[in-house]
Design a protein around this ligand. Structure first.
Ligand code: EPU
Length: 337
């Protein structure tokens, strides 16, 4: 275990932004992690997982601890279900593919989401009609302050749309080290409720899809809309889809009858920010090396050498224009550092 100084984080953030960590260390076991925390108790710390949901706008003046814990195993099973414990540093998509190889169902709609397993509960990742909370059982986490291990059960996590306790009450207090998922071994629930999936399956004449077919459909849709961070730096959706009260929305909808929306409760609707950004004329635009993706306006991209500040400026310009045009505030989904 060695602490490195002035370490470039360019390969550790999917935006591919050049920024340095004052100090950097990768940990490969929970005991290593606890040692580092104990020995550096007075240092400012910054926890880094897969680096897929952050925008670095400056050097990180802290000890960056990269969570590189690997491993996955079946911890319990019966005829219908299997419980799998996966270490935080495993790549999410590789883990999903591994579950599908064993014919374990539940994660297929979330194929190809970038990032590592340990950060999936933090923002309750979701896509194509599924969210991590649907398969999540519990996670283990180490408290930074005293290195104690705590188990968070699903009901402790306060999951919401891209929300959890880890972004709120216990923000910056715990490091998730492993996650337990409960998956199906048979009688899989096939979820094709998200329109694009059915269209993709029909295109391939699949009327009775398996979990692998659903995964393949999601992979095809994502590849057609979302840029691969290895080819074009990005952090997935940069903004959250805004939630607006129905009373407020009715006024806005009268002015913009084409505006898309989804009912999410008796009193609220969700508006696709991608639609708003596209209508405001930003889709596919480029400002130096920072830009808005041509196939999905929610995704900001780095064409090569954009700085975090440049991408942040574009995001602010978008927020301001959307607010002025539609009267709807949109919030960043990624963590701006
Ligand atoms: N839309 C546009 N223009 C665009 C993009 C979208 O008009 O440029 C419209 C689409 O036509 C569609 C609606 O917006 O009617 C929704 O689009 P899409 O299905 O692409 O989903 P999204 O709401 O834009 C969310 C997630 C994605 C996830 C997809 C699919 C958020 C912030 N984003 O995007 O998650 O993959 O649904 O489930 O909720 C991520 O979090 O990084 C991410 C990629």
């Amino acid at each position: 275990m060695e602490i490195l100084h002035n370490f470039s984080l360019k390969n550790y953030n999917t935006f591919g932004i050049e920024a340095n960590a004052k100090q950097f260390i990768a940990v490969h076991s929970v005991s290593e992690l606890k040692n580092v925390l104990e020995q550096n108790s007075t240092e400012k710390k910054f926890i880094l997982g897969g680096g897929s949901n952050m925008l670095l706008t400056k050097d990180v003046d802290a000890l960056v601890i990269h969570i590189d814990l690997k491993g996955k195993k079946v911890i319990q099973e019966n005829e219908d279900f299997v419980w799998i414990e996966c270490q935080a540093g495993e790549n999410w998509h590789e883990f999903v593919l591994w579950t599908l190889e064993q014919n374990f169902g539940g994660l297929e709609n979330m194929s190809l989401i970038p990032g590592n397993v340990g950060t999936t509960p933090v923002q309750n990742i979701g896509a194509y009609g599924a969210e991590i909370k649907d398969s999540f059982v519990s996670c283990e986490a180490v408290k930074i302050e005293n290195q104690e291990t705590k188990t968070f059960l699903k009901e402790d996590c306060q999951f919401g749309y891209r929300e959890s306790i880890f972004k709120n009450q216990v923000k910056d207090q715990y490091i998730i080290t492993s996650v337990v998922f409960k998956l199906t071994k048979r009688n899989h629930t096939i979820n094709t409720s998200y329109g694009d999936i059915l269209t993709e399956l029909n295109k391939n004449n699949i009327s009775n899809p398996t979990i692998k077919d659903v995964s393949n459909a999601v992979i095809a849709i994502r590849k057609s809309k979302l840029p691969d961070p290895k080819e074009l730096g990005n952090s997935g959706s940069f903004f959250k889809n805004p939630i607006v009260s129905k009373t407020e929305f009715e006024k806005i909808h009268q002015k913009f009858p084409e505006m898309k929306f989804y009912d999410i409760s008796e009193t609220e609707v969700k508006v696709p920010a991608g639609w708003l950004i596209e209508q405001a004329g930003f889709k596919g635009k480029r400002f130096g090396d920072a830009g808005i993706h041509k196939n999905q306006a929610l995704v900001l991209v780095n064409y090569g050498n954009a700085t975090g500040q440049e991408i942040l400026a574009v995001s602010k310009d978008i927020q301001q224009t959307i607010l002025e045009t539609f009267g709807i505030p949109i919030e960043a989904e990624v963590n701006v550092i």
